[in-house]
Design a protein around this ligand. Structure first.
Ligand SMILES: Cc1cc2nc3c(=O)[nH]c(=O)nc-3n(C[C@H](O)[C@H](O)[C@H](O)COP(=O)(O)OP(=O)(O)OC[C@H]3O[C@@H](n4cnc5c(N)ncnc54)[C@H](O)[C@@H]3O)c2cc1C
Length: 578
């Protein structure tokens, strides 16, 4: 176990479970009690409802604990993934068209298990998605309140924009000021300048796709932005280490109504009643799993596990995610080498000014969008991020932790450059509007079992073709621009050596081997299919889902901004009903 692993485990073990300031009975007898299963979205909803009126009583139940101080340091994201202490470590089912260089050909699909959910461990990129994504959501929901024009105020509501374009005349049209979430650029983006210069040479437009990267200092998870930094409302009770295992229902006038939940905490099983409604914000895997365990899901699947069916709904279907591939590496300076750049001086700079190498999510430097010929409708369907990370001796191990890529394959591929600490840039390219769709189903009725996650990455052939198009664009950008002027890594990817280097088939082979999850899972309780446009579970009273699982399709952008928007809109819907 490395130093960071060890420290994180100790810090997590040292947390006190904490007592709720309110006895549980107070939660259920007041005018409003929502049982909030909390995460990235849940923290937003809980604090918004609690702050709306002091007579509201909100109980949050979270399976994990609090983020440790290490989670607050942006550059630690790369090293803190997949730790038992505060992550749900999931593996997908075996994939046939992707992930061939992953352990067991399975995609690693980590989620955060702590207050703030995955926003406490993610890479902090703030990218909303294309306006057409939301216009299509409105069609899916059958309700124009979800179109871009109508969701933009909710993006702006939570935002305190201090990004690169804050001085622009049009900034206030698209960005919020004074919201709880600080959105800003970092001063540490190795190689961003020449990446953008090369893009300009090639005639790409350079501008604000909404504002990138967050925070000039510590991580701003939803836990920090909406709760600890803004006063902790005393009508919001948080129970950590509370693993919810079931939503309870009773029949009211022939219709099921959610009455509360059952949860396990410190080996005890407890039930709590919600006077008004139950709000599920357990994320794209946790929410469908809990609904299915409670009898809400595809009837045939539930019956196969002998779970009494409360409501037959396509819960767990429509899993969307961004499948990534790796383009490069291109051996070029500057880049981040943790062995060289994460120093005592860097730590001092971070502590004194909130800047420097520790303030930046590991090596992320520049982001771009492309439209491939298979995009339907024709607007950007590819996103790429420059990941400026050197080939340092432990890189294979760290990429294994990040994506489950096999260390033996990476060691072989990077040899001998990895031993020589060679500066390098990787480009992480993903299918931003994938056509492949997967599922989340129960493995068993045991709430402690992980669900079956089958993302079906790249099963639709257009997804590979879109990635191939982007792959060639990036190689051209690096090889044929004055600003970058660097050829792709000379060694073929192991497993693709028999194909003509840099041919289309060679690139398709790379995509099939070096691919997996970008951790942007959404869609398992889709708007219009499982929840209505007010986020109420169809055919059930007193039950809403408010998290990334309600997105009917993944936007062409990173998903936390859209999740927080959903949480802001969902909070208003609840408050309007109170
Ligand atoms: C490694 C990683 C990197 C990412 N990078 C970015 C990025 O750079 N930019 C970006 O925009 N997005 C990024 N994302 C995605 C983003 O973090 C998610 O879209 C967002 O956090 C989703 O929020 P959520 O509320 O739906 O779920 P989560 O944030 O996953 O929260 C779910 C919460 O529910 C809790 N929970 C689950 N089941 C139960 C249960 N039964 N009982 C009690 N509690 C339960 C979990 O412990 C967790 O706290 C990343 C995600 C990961 C994992």
């Amino acid at each position: 176990m490395g130093l960071v692993d060890g420290l994180n485990t100790v810090l997590n073990a040292c947390q006190l479970a904490g007592r709720c300031p309110l006895p549980a009975s107070a939660v259920i007898v007041t005018a409003y009690s929502g049982n909030q299963l909390l995460g990235g979205a849940g923290m937003v909803v809980a604090t918004r409802i609690a702050n709306a009126s002091s007579s509201n009583r909100v109980l949050l139940l979270e399976a994990g604990g609090e983020p440790s101080i290490l989670n607050g340091i942006p550059s630690m994201d790369f090293f803190l993934l997949n730790q038992q202490a505060n992550t749900w470590i999931y593996n997908s089912t075996v994939q046939n068209k992707s992930c061939q260089s992953c352990d067991g050909k399975r995609a690693l699909t980590t989620r955060g298990k702590m207050l703030g959910g995955s926003t406490s461990i993610n890479f902090m990129m703030y990218v909303r998605g294309n306006k057409e994504d939301f216009n299509r959501w409105a069609t899916d929901a059958g309700d124009n309140s979800w179109n871009y024009e109508n969701v933009l105020p909710y993006f702006k509501k939570s935002e305190d924009y201090n990004g690169a374009f804050a001085g622009d005349a049009s900034s206030s049209q698209y960005h919020g000021k004074g919201g709880l979430l600080n959105v800003a650029t970092t001063d540490y983006m190795p190689g961003a300048d020449d990446f953008l210069a090369a893009a300009a040479e090639k005639g790409y437009t350079i501008g604000d796709y909404n504002g990138e990267n967050q925070e000039d200092g510590w991580r701003e998870s939803t836990y920090r932005a909406f709760y600890t930094d803004t006063g902790k409302p005393n009508n919001l009770c948080i129970k950590k280490y509370a693993h919810v295992t079931k939503i309870n229902f009773r029949n009211v006038g022939g219709k099921p109504r959610a009455t509360g939940v059952t949860y396990q905490r410190h080996n005890l099983t407890r039930t709590v009643t919600a006077r008004k409604e139950v709000i599920v914000s357990a994320g794209t895997f946790g929410s469908p799993k809990l609904l299915q365990l409670s009898g809400v899901g595809p009837a045939r699947h539930l019956q196969s596990l002998k779970i009494p069916v409360v409501k037959d709904l396509p819960v767990g279907q429509n899993l969307n995610d961004h499948a990534y591939t790796i383009v490069g590496p291109f051996m070029k300076t500057p880049s981040l080498n943790p062995n060289r750049d994460v120093t005592v001086q860097a730590a001092t700079q971070f502590l004194l000014s909130g800047n420097g190498a520790l303030a930046a999510p590991a090596g992320l430097a520049g982001c771009a969008f492309f439209t491939s010929p298979v995009a339907e409708p024709a607007y950007p369907d590819l996103q790429v991020v420059q990941f400026s990370v050197a080939l340092y001796p432990e890189l294979s191990r760290d990429l294994n932790r990040l994506w489950g890529l096999r260390t033996d394959i990476l060691d072989n591929w990077f040899d001998p450059y990895q031993k020589q600490n060679t500066d390098a840039r990787f480009l992480v390219l993903w299918a931003g509007r994938p056509k492949s769709v997967g599922t989340v189903t129960l493995k068993s009725t045991n709430p402690n079992d992980n669900p079956n996650i089958d993302p079906q990455y790249l099963v639709h052939p257009d997804d590979t073709e879109a990635l191939l198009f982007g792959f060639k664009k990036i190689v051209d950008l690096f090889e044929n621009s004055n600003a970058l002027n660097t050829t792709i890594f000379p060694k073929p990817v192991p497993g693709c050596e028999n194909l003509t280097f840099k041919s289309d088939d060679y690139y398709r082979c790379v995509i099939k081997n070096l691919s997996g999850s970008l951790y942007h899972h959404v869609g398992t309780n889709a708007l219009g299919k499982v929840v209505d446009s007010k986020l109420k579970v169809k055919g059930i009273d007193g039950l809403r889902v408010i998290d990334a699982s309600i997105m009917p399709r993944v936007p062409n952008g990173n998903t936390q901004a859209a999740t927080i928007m959903i949480a802001e809109k969902g909070s208003d819907l609840i408050i309007a009903d109170m």
